[in-house]
Write a protein that binds this ligand. Structure first.
Ligand SMILES: [Zn+2]
Length: 96
């Protein structure tokens, strides 16, 4: 049986990943790109950034990329991104 070195629980029962999710400070903001295009930037998601980006892109039906653990989505999705992240288990207190 494997024991998680962080929480001391068997890896199947390890809560570190979930805990990490609730602790991450996430920032959502928009920025203007060339030709006046709006991009939604989500930073602070350190674990499974790519997986989260993929889910967001699917849910919001938009394009996007991951750069240095910052998720960039095309268009202004600030409100819906926040809702989706909360649905995914992130702590809304930590989302700005
Ligand atoms: Zn653990």
């Amino acid at each position: 049986m494997n024991i998680c070195p962080n929480c001391g629980l068997p890896t199947e029962a390890c809560i570190c990943k979930e805990l990490a999710k609730t602790k991450q400070k996430i920032k959502i903001r928009t920025t203007k790109r060339r030709f006046g295009k709006i991009v939604t930037m989500i930073s602070g998601i350190d674990s499974d950034t790519k997986g989260t980006a993929k889910k967001l892109k699917e849910e919001l039906a938009c394009g996007g990329t991951v750069k240095n653990s910052t998720i960039e989505l095309q268009g202004n999705h600030v409100k819906s991104v926040k809702e989706k992240l909360i649905e995914m288990g992130f702590n809304k207190e930590n989302i700005e």
